[in-house]
Design a protein around this ligand. Structure first.
Ligand code: AVI
Length: 329
């Protein structure tokens, strides 16, 4: 007999996404010092597909390390979490990695799982991926992270704890100050005893980091440059992709890999839907994403600053990556 699937989705009422995209592109490309295109726009269906490919590249060990820890330690992780518990995941993606946690938890209790995502397609994929787990009900929230989390927290019953999953080192795409601020916001929504399972990519040799973000096959380059193709498609712009190139370099002071798109020559690009013509000097770059790397003790300190204590840390041996179980104080 086919397992019964429980899936619901709540939609957000948002402003016109194209107008928002145009405003963000205009604001980013008119910055006086460093032009930028916000990294959140990398993750449309093309970008998310390319990121799935990045995550299986031999040079990019982050996702496999994350999965290895969750697969190996899921029972131990859920044993440490106060129950009964509702699970909320910030940026679930396809939901593949979450299976281990949900299966371990569903052996102990019926589990409500609430993926929070701005992408409706990712929520649907996540429901398909995880809907066959016995004793799970899935309610997807098409929301920004904190808005979605507020809603999940408001809906839980008095006796239920919350376990928040923030996997895959997405925290690393915030700069350190913004990351700490974000964790504090998450903590403010939680009650003492609630938990946060936080994935963080750890510091490693620079040559290894550079290869992970500038792979020889050029998938990360395609992932980065596709943002220009998206601006062309959605905002009627005329970026010639071959006149730009992907750059990934290590920023020592920030302890992050920075992704930029560099103009190969001096040129002007018109973006009618953003009411903008923008000039690039030869060699000038657009900053698109930063990927911060942490030391394991730094994560414990960060947790403390944000109002959590670090109950346990699991570190992968092959690819330095930590899964951190933080409990709200
Ligand atoms: C989504 N995030 C955790 C990835 C990272 O490694 O910071 C994004 C990425 N960008 C290029 N490659 C991977």
């Amino acid at each position: 007999m086919r397992p019964k699937r429980h899936f619901m989705m709540t939609h957000a009422i948002t402003a016109d996404p194209i107008l928002e995209f145009a405003a963000d592109v205009r604001a980013g490309l008119t910055k006086p010092d460093q032009k930028e295109l916000p990294s959140k726009y990398l993750y449309d269906s093309v970008g998310s597909g390319l990121f799935e490919v990045i995550s299986v590249l031999p040079e990019y060990g982050l996702t496999r390390a994350d999965e290895r820890i969750l697969r190996t330690h899921a029972s131990e992780i859920v044993d440490r979490v106060p129950r009964p518990v509702v699970v909320a995941e910030l940026g679930s993606g396809s939901g593949k990695k979450t299976r281990w946690i949900l299966e371990a938890l569903c052996r102990l209790q019926h589990t409500s799982y609430c993926p929070i995502e701005i992408s409706r397609a990712a929520l649907a994929m996540c429901a398909r991926e995880l809907g066959d787990i016995e004793s799970v009900s899935i309610v997807g929230f098409e929301r920004e992270y904190l808005d979605g989390l507020l809603e999940v927290a408001a809906r839980r019953q008095k006796h239920q704890h919350l376990m928040v999953l923030f996997l895959g080192s997405t925290i690393g795409n915030f700069d350190r100050t913004a990351g700490e601020r974000f964790l504090k916001e998450v903590r403010r929504i939680l009650e003492p005893g609630d938990s946060l399972l936080l994935g963080t990519d750890l510091l490693k040799p620079i040559h290894q980091l550079i290869r992970a973000y500038d792979d020889p096959l050029g998938v990360t380059s395609a992932f980065n440059l596709h943002l220009l193709a998206r601006v062309n498609r959605e905002l009627d712009a005329d970026f010639y992709l071959s006149r730009f190139e992907h750059v990934g370099f290590y920023h020592k002071a920030a302890r992050s890999v920075e992704l930029h798109i560099r103009s190969r020559d001096s040129q002007a690009v018109s973006i009618p839907a953003a009411d903008l013509t923008v000039s690039f000097d030869a060699g000038e770059t657009n900053w698109t994403e930063s990927c911060h790397k942490y030391a394991s003790e730094e994560v414990r300190h960060l947790a403390k600053q944000a109002g959590f204590y670090c109950n346990a840390q699991w570190i992968d041996r092959e690819w330095p990556f930590a899964e951190n179980l933080l409990i709200a104080e």
